[in-house]
Design a protein around this ligand. Structure first.
Ligand code: GUN
Ligand code: FE
Length: 426
């Protein structure tokens, strides 16, 4: 037994289960053995009696949060160009900025700042886009590995429509660079995993998608991409893929839409019922990014439909289309956006509840990593200890009230410590 990674944490413990039920356990004990949660107890069971007890006082203890979709190279222009829609924003701000990552000194500096912020944040796990540059992506992965966070990171593939400075010369050269990246990083990391990253259909030719499918089978890799974010983008995909029934079907026909290897698709706003069924069948994850969707006036995702259909769903910052990296903020934004959808788009779609968005930010997204995002027995011990006593409070609140309020009002300054696999990383 690793004694450093075996202990008992005492506090007001809050977590979701697989049915999205929120459990609130005041003054309870979460047991961590070798980095794995053994459950939450009102009294410490005899078999754990020898474990060190870390009594954290009057604090909230919640599972670490997962950012299921973020773009590391977009950190530098957060909060800029927010008056544009997707395609204009990509061409005006995003692609020119990402082209800078050919410069490794710049990559080191900018990625260093992003990873520093992520380490301080409430996020313990993240699924991250790099750029098309192999060396810069390796710098990002080195920094992520040092941070102690658990992540997937991807070298982006794009062989069309990136403009002259952000486009790979051919499907073959994009595939060759992807292979070089996978070979150079193979076996190098313990906490940082590669993920295939075709940017989106408009940036990837059919030949490139076929190459990536071959690489996926060779290496057994998951995929991250974007799906149905913006109406103009959806219309463009229709033109680019006349044989596909839908945007989802374009990925499906390429063999990169879940099934044997997991896939996470950001946004999924303009999907129809058939696509939702396909996502369910293929086990595709939705990364719901409400702040991004509002910033780029992309639309309001049908989250209630995903939940009802049993589609896997977590939350993403989509930084920098989401200007804020916080998944606490994403939980609050998800509630707000769902209310607008209910009021303006679909009166059948009940707004999201607090337990539902808490689930999405913890277990919903965490499950992309396996048993992650809960304090049920057998889950990775990823935990946040939160001191909310600095938030003004003229009367005593229940733990459940404190938790909901924290999601809206708290931030990284309230984090006392953050555990990943039972290791305190800040
Ligand atoms: N679709 C293709 N690339 C991007 C990106 O960088 N951000 C967002 N929000 N959508 C995209
Ligand atoms: Fe994105």
């Amino acid at each position: 037994m690793d004694r450093k990674k075996s202990f008992v944490l005492k506090g007001h413990i809050c977590y979701s289960d697989e049915k999205k039920k929120l459990h609130i356990k005041p003054n309870s004990y979460a047991v961590c053995k070798d980095g794995v949660c053994q459950g939450v107890f009102e009294k410490i069971p005899q078999k754990f009696a020898s474990f060190e007890v870390r009594d954290m006082g009057d604090v909230l203890v919640i599972p670490g949060l997962t950012d299921l979709h973020a773009h590391a190279p977009q950190y530098a222009f957060r909060g800029q160009g927010m008056d544009l829609e997707l395609l204009e924003w990509l061409n005006t701000h995003t692609f020119p900025e990402e082209a800078r990552y050919a410069d490794l000194e710049y990559a080191q500096r900018a990625y260093g700042m992003y990873v520093e912020e992520l380490k301080k944040s409430a996020v313990t796990r993240a699924v991250i886009f790099g750029t098309l540059h192999v060396e810069a992506t390796e710098i990002l992965m080195d920094l992520l590995e040092e941070s102690g966070l658990e992540t997937y990171a991807g070298k982006v593939n794009m062989d069309r429509n990136g403009g002259k400075n952000l486009e790979e010369a051919s499907a073959q050269s994009s595939a060759a660079e992807t292979r070089r990246w996978l070979q150079e990083t193979e076996g190098k990391y313990r906490h940082t995993r590669p993920i295939l990253t075709p940017r989106f259909i408009p940036a990837c030719s059919d030949e490139l998608m076929a190459e990536l499918r071959t690489i996926q089978k060779e290496y057994g890799l998951p995929v991250q991409s974007h799906l149905s974010e913006n109406p103009q983008e959806v219309a463009w995909v229709k033109e680019l893929c006349p044989k596909a029934k839908s945007y989802s079907d374009a990925y499906f026909q390429a063999g990169l839409f879940g099934g044997t290897y997991p896939a996470v698709m950001a946004h999924c706003i303009w999907v129809d019922e058939e696509e939702i069924q396909l996502m369910k069948e293929q086990g595709v994850y939705v990364a719901h990014c409400p702040q991004s969707n509002a910033n780029l006036s992309s639309g309001i995702a049908p989250v209630r439909k995903f939940l009802s259909a049993g589609v896997s769903i977590g939350l993403g910052s989509d930084m920098a289309a989401g200007s804020n990296t916080s998944i606490l903020r994403a939980m609050a934004d998800a509630v707000q956006c769902s209310k607008l959808r209910w009021r303006l788009v679909d009166s059948e779609a009940k707004p999201l509840t607090f337990p539902e968005v808490f689930y999405m930010g913890t277990l919903g997204g965490g499950s992309f990593f396996g048993n992650v995002g809960s304090f049920l027995p057998g889950y990775a011990f990823d935990a946040l200890v939160l001191d909310d006593t600095s938030l003004p409070q003229p009367r005593k609140l229940e733990v459940s009230q404190r938790l909901e309020r924290f999601i809206y009002l708290g931030d990284e300054q309230n984090i006392v410590c953050k555990y990943v696999n039972g290791v305190c990383i800040r």
